[in-house]
Design a protein around this ligand. Structure first.
Ligand SMILES: [Zn+2]
Length: 313
């Protein structure tokens, strides 16, 4: 039995699995916004215990736990060297050792998007393709590249499609570069821009957020605003789609992959209609007459955690 935990900018998802896509237990927690990495380790452990409870499995029944974390990871040590989209976490932190100490089981740490792409390759929308580009559209925009049936690692961090330039000299991205895809398409950037626009234009985004008892513009809030015909939401999501199109179309031109698999909170919530719009936007930047197949990720909310369980010791 293996544990898998997906650490995201807004939520922590934990699963207990048997090493396949079969999930025996699951639990979800909010990502703490204060207290730094120490608070996050405690919450990761809580999520894992709740998933174990759900599965009816004792902690000692786990051979190990895998964690998918957003950022650059040293896989050998479990140190998160650089972290993205988590408030109050700046410096490198030994996430693997700290969680292992907390739960008493061995822990391996990998990049959240890489593990999610690997899960899609083995059990989801990437099955049957020798090469594909995985794009995870959520708080940030992450990516992973599968070539000849294997994840492309580069020097360790290949596939950062969110930080490909969509607009030279454009909006400043969290990463420090200008005009990144993520600076237009990441949910964090979308929310920032929506709050600016809300001062001068009418939008139901914040209203829907409050009605649903949220304090962030979640993927569900964006979906409802689009369904309500909110023009601010439409404009911002359309701009996000255009930025994704530049990044994805350029990557396809460079890599000539068989397929593009789009997942993440926004990718999944917005669904097939918006996948088509992304495909359309990407085609404008694709060199080849024959475009790759475009697919929605299949493992949903649990994909990251299932992927994390695949690297568990
Ligand atoms: Zn960037």
């Amino acid at each position: 039995m293996k544990g898998g935990v997906d650490l995201g900018g807004t939520k922590i998802q934990a699963v207990v699995s048997d090493g396949t896509a079969l999930v025996l237990g699951r639990a979800r927690r909010e990502t703490p916004r204060s207290g730094g990495p120490e608070a996050i380790v405690l919450e990761l452990a809580e999520a894992l215990r709740a998933a174990l409870d759900d599965a009816g499995v004792e902690p000692m029944g786990l051979s190990g736990v895998g964690v998918g974390a957003p950022g650059s990871i040293e896989p050998d040590t479990g140190v998160v060297v650089q972290v993205a989209n988590i408030e109050g976490w700046e410096a490198p932190f030994p996430l693997g050792p700290a969680l292992a100490e907390e739960i008493g089981r061995p822990v391996a740490v990998g990049n959240d998007v890489n593990v999610a792409v690997e899960a899609e390759r083995r059990f989801g929308a990437g099955r049957g393709f020798d090469s594909f580009l995985g794009v995870f559209w959520g708080t940030g925009v992450g990516g992973g590249i599968v070539m000849d049936g294997r994840m492309l690692a580069g020097r360790g961090s290949a596939g950062e499609i969110g930080h490909v330039c969509a607009k030279p000299g454009g909006r400043r991205c969290n990463c420090g570069l200008d005009g990144c895809v993520e600076a237009y398409a990441g949910r964090g950037a979308l929310e920032e821009r929506a709050r600016e626009l809300a001062k001068e234009r009418k939008t139901v985004l914040c209203e829907i957020m409050e009605k649903r008892g949220r304090d962030r513009l979640t993927s569900g809030v964006w979906l409802r605003a689009l369904q309500a015909g909110d023009t601010v939401a439409e404009e911002l999501i359309e701009r996000a789609v255009q930025a994704l199109g530049v990044g994805i179309g350029s990557a396809v031109t460079l890599l000539d992959v068989e397929a593009v698999v789009v997942g993440g909170g926004l990718g999944e919530r917005l669904g097939p209609e918006w996948l088509q719009r992304i495909e359309h936007a990407a085609r404008a930047h694709t060199f080849f007459r024959e475009p790759p197949a475009y697919r929605l990720a299949e493992l949903g909310d649990l994909g990251g955690a299932i992927g994390a369980s695949l690297i568990a010791p």
